[in-house]
Design a protein around this ligand. Structure first.
Ligand code: SAH
Length: 213
């Protein structure tokens, strides 16, 4: 198959912007982003920008997906918990890099659409659930990696608790209105270490599940 020139230039832009992990770039190369955007935006599938999806949510900007995935330091034997399935794009990228992705979304519509897309791409190492991700997935914890793709007001305690020893969580945190930053939190023998990555803009992490979602 000839590579899509739009995808080739997106990958070049990601490299120019400092994404260096070849496994991450390869995973991004493998996932057709056009499958995860709304039809109305298919001409912008490889633009480096976030796009609207249903339920008033967004598919993240490719650079942010790449940076978060790289920052997560995923290994092939890892079990990864994702909060905020959304379009399913980040889920698909992670699925190429780890053993299994467990992804939680609060909108049923989004979760069901994501499931169809992942199935159409024959991505099988993914388990989706509709629930409130701020509570994590107690029955399946601990996780080697946790990625949160919506902005939290603080670090959700349940997610810290469900991180394996040595585990890493990447999470956008809104410390005051309008100011969000991406952090990497590592569980050490004695507690948690926090590193600032970049300023970001995500839709909010919202507690509870919509009744008609
Ligand atoms: N990774 C997704 C990002 C989608 S936007 C993508 O690239 O497409 C963030 C998603 O988090 C939204 O779909 C939103 O509904 C979901 N979300 C927000 N709060 C949540 C919660 N408490 N539990 C689960 N999902 C949540």
């Amino acid at each position: 198959m000839t590579p899509d020139p739009r995808k080739t230039s997106l990958l070049a832009a990601l490299r120019r912007n400092g994404i260096a992990d070849e496994r991450v770039l390869e995973a991004i190369e493998k996932v057709p982003r056009e499958v995860f955007v709304e039809d109305a935006f298919s001409d912008q599938a490889y633009a480096d920008q976030a796009l609207p999806i249903s339920c008033g949510q967004t598919i993240s900007q490719p650079y942010v997906v790449a940076l978060m995935t790289e920052g997560l330091r995923v290994e092939s034997d890892h079990r990864v918990l994702e909060i905020g399935t959304g379009s399913g794009y980040q889920t698909a990228v992670l699925a190429h890099l780890c053993k299994r992705v467990y992804s939680i979304e609060r909108y049923r519509t989004l979760s069901e659409t994501a499931a169809e897309r992942l199935k159409s791409l024959k991505i099988k190492n993914v388990t989706l659930q509709v629930s409130d991700g701020t509570k994590g997935w107690v029955q399946l914890a601990p996780f080697d990696r946790i990625i949160v793709t919506a902005a939290a007001r603080g670090e959700p305690q349940a997610l810290l608790d469900q991180l394996a020893p040595g585990g890493v969580m990447v999470i956008p945190i809104e410390e005051r209105a309008g100011k969000q930053d991406l952090f990497r939190i590592t569980r050490t023998a004695t507690g948690f270490e926090r590193e600032h990555l970049i300023p970001v803009r995500f839709v909010p992490l919202v507690e509870g599940v919509p009744r008609d979602g």
